[in-house]
Ligand binder design. Structure first.
Ligand code: ZN
Ligand code: ZN
Length: 285
């Protein structure tokens, strides 16, 4: 059965597979269209497009921008962006720069806890400009300080753990504006991260919609049936688009597959056209 997958990471951010490898997996999973949405970077898109042409898979140019609101980290997905837009690329470069000041601080904390790790090792392992905590987690796995990426976050890297360092993140309104300025549609990723439900979530989404949000990621690997239904109802109620994706990362999230998530994800193909139409309208506004 064919499907689409609008949320995937590659080696250009914290995924473990190249764009071509991700698209080969998508082909095997009968995915007809997909979006590469690396964190704060768009450099995977040309390779993805070439592989997509080879295998007959439509590639939607995407990005995932981390933002923060209060104590919540909100991820804003950008779809159908003009990925070569110079202003967008300048913004993304400065976001990546802020990771470069944070990551060495995390490494310092790990070292002070007695772990033998260096930032140089993380950069070598990452092999990309978009270095993130999952790369540090992988280094800790390689050095057998932890048994899995989850173990690394639970013991050291998650908020409240001893090697956690907060990062200066943009406001969601800024991330939304940057995506729209590059002709894209802004969508709230994995809404559970907002840490609010019910009326609180409606208020948040109404604010974000006023700021230009165009959709909600309703279908997602970890969503329960109840959450999917709740977000679907909210999208209808607020008259915003519905999207969905696996958030595939490869080895960093080993239980999540391209296209099928934990096995039962199915993002309907019919969601793609409204997304492209919305981007067309953004481009003309
Ligand atoms: Zn995310
Ligand atoms: Zn993601």
């Amino acid at each position: 059965m064919s499907r689409i997958d609008l949320h995937l990471h590659t080696t250009h951010s914290d995924g473990s597979l190249s764009p071509t490898e991700v698209i080969q997996l998508a082909h095997k999973a009968n995915v007809t269209a997909l979006a590469i949405t690396d964190h704060d970077i768009v450099t995977a898109i040309p390779e993805a497009m070439a592989a997509g042409i080879d295998l007959g898979i439509e590639i939607v140019p995407g990005v995932e921008i981390s933002s923060s609101m209060g104590s919540s980290e909100l991820h804003i997905l950008g779809y159908c962006i003009n990925w070569q837009d110079s202003e967008l690329n300048r913004r993304l470069a400065s976001l990546r720069e802020s990771r470069h000041t944070r990551n060495p601080q995390i490494i310092e904390r790990l070292r002070s806890l007695g772990l033998d790790v260096t930032y140089e090792e993380v950069r070598t392992l990452a092999g990309t400009e978009s270095v993130g905590r999952p790369h540090i987690a992988r280094l800790l796995m390689d050095k057998r300080y932890v048994t899995s990426a989850k173990d690394a976050f639970d013991r050291y890297l998650a908020e409240g753990r001893p090697a956690y360092v907060a990062r200066e993140l943009p406001q969601p309104a800024d991330a939304i504006a940057w995506i729209r300025a590059a002709g894209g549609v802004a969508v709230l990723a994995h809404p559970t991260w907002a840490k609010v439900a019910g009326e609180g979530l409606i208020t948040l989404l109404t604010t974000l919609k006023d700021e230009g949000l165009g959709g909600i990621e309703v279908h997602y690997s970890t969503h329960t049936k109840k959450q999917t239904t709740e977000y679907l109802d909210l999208a209808k109620r607020l008259n915003v688009l519905v999207t969905g994706g696996s958030d595939f990362h490869g080895i960093t999230k080993p239980d999540i597959e391209v296209g099928t998530g934990r096995g039962d994800l199915k993002v309907p193909e019919k969601l793609l056209d409204p997304l492209k139409k919305a981007a067309f309208l953004v481009g003309r506004s």
